[in-house]
Structure formats: C-alpha cells, structure tokens
Ligand binder design. Structure first.
Ligand SMILES: [Ca+2]
Length: 335
C-alpha cells in the first residue's frame, strides 16, 4: 500500500472538489440500466485542454490501442457480487497500518473513510468544513455505520481505494483504464470539445450529468435531480460512444500515476516520479469529476479535467469502471 497520511487526504480531495451526502430523494426517472461493455477501436486522441486548469494542458496527441470499457461505473450490486465471491475486504474496512502513518496517533487509525459534509458546511473556503473522516464509513455504509446501501444497488460503489478498484477489475479479468483510454472514451468520438457532448454548457432544464448546481459547497439546487449525492448509473443520456456518466456522478480511478509538473497524458510507471511535493506521497490520476463538481468551483466534469487521487483514499465520491485491452475477432467497430 502506498504510504499516505490521512490528514493529507483532506486537502487533496477538496481540491478535487467532490464527495457524497444523500440529502434527498432522487427526483429523476431513469431509463433501464445499461449493461456490458463498449468495444472501441482506439486511435489517436488529443488529450487535455488549454486555458482552464494548468494541469490539463497543453493539449497533446496520444495513440491508444483498441479496448473495451464498461458502459457504466461499477455499481454497488456489481461490487457486492465480487465481495461475495472472494471475501474481499476494502481498504476503508481495514485498520490502517501504523507503520505507514508515522505521526498519526494509533487511536486515530481506525477503519474509516472521507465523507462529504458540505451541505451543512460554512462556505468559508476551509476544506476541513466540507469533509470528515468518519469511522465505519465504507462502501457498505457510505455515510457511516448508521447508513447503508439499501436501495442504492444501482448507484456507483464508493469509498473504493485504488487497490480495491484494481482487485475488482482483475477479478473480472480486466484492468483499470489508462488516462488516455479513459479520456478517449469520455470524448465520445468528438475532438477538442469542452464537454463530452460538445461545447454547449448544461442548462437547468436539460441536465446532461449528475453534478452540482449552485454555490459550492453550501447550496446545491439539484436541477439534475440529485442533491449532493450519487445518481443511479445510466440516468443521463450516454455520450456518442454509448458510455454513461463519464461526466460527474463519481470520479473514476485510472492506472496512471499523477506526475506533478508533467504534461497532461503522461503516463507514469514509476511511483517515485509521482511523489507529490506537497505531502511526499504518490497519487494516481482520477478522471470525470463527480456530483460535487460545480461550475463556480470545480468544473471538472469535462474530459480534459484530472486530479490526483491518494491511492489509499476512496471517499464518498470516487468509483471505478474497468477496461480490457485488445479487440476480439468479430467484435463490433468502435462505438
Ligand atoms: Ca446533482
């Protein structure tokens, strides 16, 4: 497990601008749940964008081989099948190893995870008021021991660390996407567009994804039907490649290390190169933004957006989707 301090996770995740709190019933009728994977031919894709967040640029061409990718984020029901078959215990369900957290009092090293509490927070710019380390919070209990995933089987699994995501993917004979694979898929067959659907910003009466509407973190008007919470997968229109929720809902793990100071789309096989000078720990690239991404604060529900995710820190706004590289004989063309 990568050595990371829980205390640093707070600041890193708030920069990402996403987390989870179920504060109201879903108000949006969802179509039938999409399933399976989409086979993509790959090719050259222009990754990144210029002008919004410095870590997203400059745009650069990257070649991507053929691969298939899940139509949706992995759901609680799907992750439960994995756990039932393997007995897997996620990182948030284990007590952290004290040797990996020097300086953290042993009594603080309990099974726990980060839960977004922003809807009750003061909008004073202090991330500590938006997130809380909650003992007993994990994928089965997304807001803490008194919560459950009853009725949330179609929602994306959350509180999943990097190794949890990878373990799930491997169980299915698959892998986590690289950043380039993920972004090629998220661009929906378009090139150089701001959003996965084009350049038109989403409007309140025609939401395109589960994000945050209003002033983050205090007011989410939930024009998309989901106030500060995950939505069932596949509730919004898929992109041009038939993929759902590549924007918003939950951030998604990628295989790439996040290399500080490197260009968008650089891949990192060496964790040492990914050490964050801010806290001395390496991180993976996460993509897609979440239900906490607002236009006034984050705007990271775009394909070019990227953030650094501490591998041991899932939180209530990070999930997973899987890929398999290669193209089987007779598989349908891209899209
Ligand atoms: Ca929402």
């Amino acid at each position: 497990m990568t050595r990371l301090a829980l205390a640093t996770a707070l600041s890193a995740l708030v920069v990402a601008g996403c987390g989870a709190k179920a504060t109201g019933p879903a108000a949006r009728a969802c179509p039938a749940q999409p399933g399976g994977e989409v086979q993509l031919a790959g090719g050259e894709v222009i990754l990144g964008a210029a002008g919004l967040h410095p870590e997203e640029g400059p745009p650069r061409a990257v070649a991507v081989g053929p691969f298939s990718i899940d139509r949706t984020e992995v759901t609680n029901d799907q992750f439960a099948e994995f756990v039932a078959a393997t007995g897997y215990v996620t990182m948030a369900e284990r007590a952290p190893d004290p040797d990996l957290y020097p300086g953290v009092p042993p009594e603080a090293l309990k099974p726990s995870s980060l839960v977004f509490v922003g809807a009750d927070a003061k909008a004073d710019g202090d991330p500590a008021h938006w997130w809380r380390v909650v003992d007993g919070a994990n994928w089965r209990h997304p807001e803490g021991p008194d919560s459950s995933i009853r009725g949330l089987g179609r929602h994306p699994v959350v509180h999943i660390g990097y190794e949890d995501a990878l373990a799930y993917a491997r169980w299915r004979g698959r892998d986590l996407p690289t950043e380039a694979e993920w972004e090629l898929a998220a661009r929906g067959g378009l090139q150089g567009k701001t959003y996965e659907w084009g350049d038109t910003p989403p409007v309140p009466d025609a939401p395109r994804a589960n994000t945050w509407q209003g002033v983050f973190p205090a007011v989410d008007t939930a024009d998309d039907g989901y106030r500060a919470q995950t939505a069932p997968v596949g509730c919004f229109a898929p992109n041009g490649l038939g993929l759902s929720d590549m924007s918003g809902n939950v951030w998604e793990w990628t295989r790439d290390w996040y290399l500080p100071g490197h260009e968008h789309g650089d891949t990192g096989p060496d964790a040492d190169l990914a050490i964050d000078p801010a806290d001395g720990t390496p991180k993976h690239v996460i993509k897609g933004g979440s239900f906490l991404c607002s236009d006034d604060f984050c705007l990271r529900y775009r394909p070019a957006a990227r953030q650094a995710g501490p591998p041991d820190t899932g939180s209530s706004h990070i999930g997973v989707r899987t890929v398999r590289r290669g193209q089987e004989a007779g598989s349908p063309p891209s899209g």
